[in-house]
Design a protein around this ligand. Structure first.
Ligand SMILES: [Zn+2]
Length: 125
């Protein structure tokens, strides 16, 4: 994830994290169709392919991530308004190349986002 954020800087990167029982084991990078420093929109075809793949592997969607280059770890107004998957953790990588921080948020249709704890054990891609 951080490598992609480095490579695509200053554009936002986005993707899906899948796994089982709260353990992330799958990373599915998705193209940000907007190629923007402030907004992202996931390529729908790539999203469908990713979902097929993790379902085949018996995994579920654990988090949707995107980066905030030079930004904060909080969800933006747009992030909250365009939350098409309430209930799924939103993971934000904020910072700049070589120095990204991760923040995870639990969202729901009725309540403001709540920060949740997560732990990085290792990152392979
Ligand atoms: Zn955002």
């Amino acid at each position: 994830m951080t490598q992609r954020a480095d490579t695509n800087y200053p554009d936002e990167v986005c993707g899906l994290l899948s796994g089982k029982e709260g353990w992330v084991t799958g990373h599915y990078p998705i193209t940000n169709q907007l190629h923007s420093e402030r907004l992202f929109f996931m390529n729908p075809g790539e999203m469908v392919r990713a979902m097929d793949l993790y379902e085949t592997r018996g995994e579920e969607l654990l988090a949707i991530y995107h980066s905030h280059p030079n930004g904060k770890g909080e969800l933006s107004k747009t992030d909250i308004q365009q939350d098409f998957y309430p209930g799924v953790v939103k993971f934000i990588l904020s910072g700049e190349p070589g120095n990204w921080q991760g923040t995870a948020w639990q969202t729901s249709p009725a309540n403001p986002p709540k920060e949740v704890t997560w732990k990085m054990l290792s990152e392979t891609n």
